[in-house]
Every structure is written in C-alpha cells, then in structure tokens.
Design a binder for this molecule. Structure first.
Ligand code: SF4
Ligand code: SF4
Length: 345
C-alpha cells in the first residue's frame, strides 16, 4: 500500500462509527443558531462538513480556555491530566499548522505536562479546504489550504470519494485497521486532487505577504502614529486573542476551598488587556492601548519568527470575524504594506 488511499463517501460514517467506539470523537456540528462549531459528538449524523468550524478552534481541545491543573489538600497534590484517546475530525489545514506551532511552544521548550498529555492522545484528521472563506489568507503563508505534513490523516473531497493521505504511523494504523474500506488511489485520482487544489487556490480573495510586513516592522519604520490609529479602534474585547488558534498566553489562578485545600486552574489570558502585564507592586508596563496592540503584532510577526522560525499567525481569518474594530491581522498587515507602497513612490 502507498501513503495515499481512497475512501468512498458511502464508507465514511461506518469508518467514523468504528473510530468513535475507541475514541472520543470531536467534529464540526451545526448548532441551534446555524453556526458550525467544533465539539464532541454523540451521533454521527450531527457532523456538518459544509463549512468551516470557526469556534472554537482545535486549540480548545489541547489547551482548554479554563482547565483544572490539579487539586491540593493535606494528603498531597493530585494532577488532573486528560489522557482520553481522542480524534479531532474535520480540522482545517490552517488549524493543523496552528497545532504545529502550539507543539513547538508547549512541547519543545520546557514540556508542558498538561498539554503533552492531551496532545499525545489526540489524532488529527484534517480535511483540505476546497472552498476558502473570504477572510482566509493561509495560501500566502504556506499554512493551507492543504498540507504535506503535520496531520495524522488528510482528506481531500473529490465529490463521491475522499483521497486520504497518511502523515503519521498513527494515521496509517487508522487505515490499516479498516483496510477493507480503503483502496489505493490511482493516477486519475491524483489528477482530480491536483485540479481540486488548483481550484481552491484560485478561490482565495486575499494574498498577504507577512514577510514584507515583518521586515517593515523590524526596521522600526512603522510609526507610533500608525499604531495609535490602530489602537483607537480597539475595544479591548480580547476577541482576536481568544479566537486565535495560535495565541498561547494564559494566567494561573488558585481557588482555595479551605485553608489547606483547593484547586489550581489555567485560563486563557490576552495581552490586549491592561492587567495582562501587571507586576507585583502594581506596575503595568504596557499602560496604553498603543503599546498593547503594537505588542500583539510585534509578537506574532517579529518575535515568533525570531524564536521559532515561523509567524504566530496561520491566516485562518478568525480575528477578522471576531474584531469589532476591523483591526484584524490581514487588515493591519495590508495597511502596513500600503504605507510601504506610499513610501516607495
Ligand atoms: S492572528 Fe488572526 S488570522 Fe492569524 S492565526 Fe490568529 S486569528 Fe487567525
Ligand atoms: S478583537 Fe479587535 S477590538 Fe477586540 S481586543 Fe482584538 S483588536 Fe481589540
């Protein structure tokens, strides 16, 4: 067998049902308001594959917004490690890329025990994007709309069938264990997949070169007046950070129940909030909104590439949907690029 297989769509629900019998299955579902959300499913017919699941991003299942780390008492400390076997099905390629960035942050430096426990027991089954949203810009970053690595399995929809690519031993095992459902793909399938991918690329409305923006910010040529104009439109709602599949910041809080017992939690935090950088003694280094908005863009576009060789953005477009001030990553990057163009003339 090769690393590329075919799955007839008629076999998809049977395969998923079998996987669900051994794993917690997380997949896109249409909720009561019509939005497609990523959640643990109880019934296979709930799965909705006719649009991207924006909220929450898969990050929620690896680094939950509110997570108990441990409880403590006179008897000692009991860690709350989540080691359940899980499959996240229908992950967009940009979100697979985001998970790769989270892995570097939470596993490659000092390993985070809680993240590691979840990640090691989570299988990622991606579906390549045939129909990008108007807010998507992964194409210019190389983080989508389909990938060569990073997933356990990647499915490409060819109408009546999926081409299934295995990207890990775990992924290969999920095919090998159900080999009666899969066939080897043929050269015409490869041609159809190539065509589907070309069509997907042609549908992108945004092509953004963040490297040009990074160079301009690094050179210190984006003025404080520009950052002031961005900050003026920020409501400090935190939507950009909370919706971002890449943002990694968190706070830790203790909830004591008695004098010698309680629980410790980790909750997402956002650098857009004034209190984020408050220090012992009460000093707040990033006092004004300009410093805070500037810091978010600097962190994602300058510091992440310096530290990890990759941007802290995968072009998923969620911040464009979330931001009431229209100062999302794509908009601000294009504005910085426009400043550059005006300067060049
Ligand atoms: S910065 Fe915006 S576009 Fe980039 S990954 Fe985060 S939410 Fe998506
Ligand atoms: S979503 Fe927009 S308005 Fe809200 S904190 Fe982020 S930049 Fe500010």
């Amino acid at each position: 067998m090769t690393d590329t297989y075919l799955l007839n769509k008629n076999h998809l629900s049977f395969w998923l049902r079998r996987l669900k019998s051994t794993h917690e299955l997380i997949a896109p579902v249409r909720d009561a308001s019509g939005d497609i959300v990523l959640t643990e499913i109880s019934q296979l017919h709930e799965i909705a594959l006719d649009g991207p699941a924006l909220m929450p991003s898969p990050k929620e299942f690896l680094l939950p917004q509110n997570e108990q780390l441990f409880c403590y008492s006179e008897e000692g400390i009991e860690e709350a490690l989540n080691k359940r076997n899980r499959i996240i099905f229908g992950v967009r390629p940009c979100d697979v890329s985001a998970i790769g960035i989270l892995d570097r942050f939470y596993l490659e430096q000092e390993e985070d025990t809680y993240y590691a426990a979840r990640r090691r027991n989570t299988v990622i089954i991606a579906i390549a994007c045939n129909q990008p949203d108007p807010t998507c810009f992964c194409l210019g970053l190389g983080t989508g709309p389909f990938l060569k690595t990073g997933f356990d399995l990647q499915l490409t929809d060819l109408g009546d069938r999926f081409v299934v690519e295995a990207g890990s031993d775990t992924g290969t095992a999920l095919i090998r264990d159900f080999s009666h459902l899969f066939t080897e793909s043929t050269p015409p399938d490869a041609e159809d997949m190539f065509e589907a991918r070309l069509m997907s690329q042609s549908r992108f409305e945004k092509m953004i070169n963040l490297e040009q923006v990074r160079k301009r910010i690094s050179a210190g040529t984006v003025s404080n007046a520009f950052w002031d104009s961005v900050a003026l439109r920020c409501f400090e709602c935190g939507g950009c950070v909370y919706s971002c599949p890449v943002c990694t910041c968190f706070n830790v809080v203790d909830r004591p129940y008695t004098a010698d017992s309680g629980k410790r939690f980790r909750i997402w935090d956002t650098c857009m909030f004034k209190g984020f950088s408050r220090m012992a003694g009460g000093a707040v280094p990033a006092q004004n909104m300009r410093e805070r908005t500037k810091r978010w863009y600097h962190h994602k576009l300058v510091h992440w590439p310096e530290q990890f060789g990759t941007f802290g953005c995968v072009g998923c477009g969620r911040c464009a949907v979330a931001c009431p001030g229209t100062i999302d990553m794509a908009t601000v990057a294009l504005q910085i690029k426009a400043l550059e163009n005006r300067k060049e003339k």
